[in-house]
Design a protein around this ligand. Structure first.
Ligand code: ZN
Length: 134
């Protein structure tokens, strides 16, 4: 598996508009568009920061994964995404090593990226996303 960079850091927020406003007005970042991924009950906004990005995540439903995360942990860092050259190869390698995965196969995330999550039980409590962009 070849990891090329930290792709983004996912931040769970309650109020997307207020968060975007804070990052734009206070830190001078620029939001690069809003996207809703219905299958994940989430709306995301990416804020590019040089080579990496921040991904703000707000739940679109009370039972969505982001709503449940906030219920348990409060707002804050929800996941870290590592960019890989080839996600199929990366997943095959992890399966070979017996690493517990949330996604056995890649799926499409925001921005058309192919993504898959590694289970936090396998990583010492960090939800890691693998992300392949073309
Ligand atoms: Zn992400």
């Amino acid at each position: 598996m070849k990891i090329t960079q930290i792709d983004h850091i996912g931040l769970a927020v309650k109020d997307l508009d207020a968060s975007v406003k804070w990052y734009e007005e206070t830190l001078g970042l620029k939001a690069s568009g809003t996207e809703t991924v219905e299958s994940q009950k989430v709306t995301t906004v990416f804020l590019p920061c040089g080579e990496g990005e921040l991904e703000l995540l707000v739940s679109t439903a009370p039972d969505g994964p982001i709503a449940r995360f906030i219920e348990k942990n409060g707002e804050g860092i929800q996941h870290i995404a590592l960019r890989v050259e080839n996600i199929d190869e990366a997943l095959a390698g992890l399966k070979e090593k017996g690493v517990r995965l949330i996604d056995q196969e890649p799926r499409y995330g925001a921005g058309g990226a192919r993504i898959a999550f590694i289970h936090p039980k396998a990583t010492g409590g960090v939800l890691l996303e693998l992300c392949e962009r073309k």
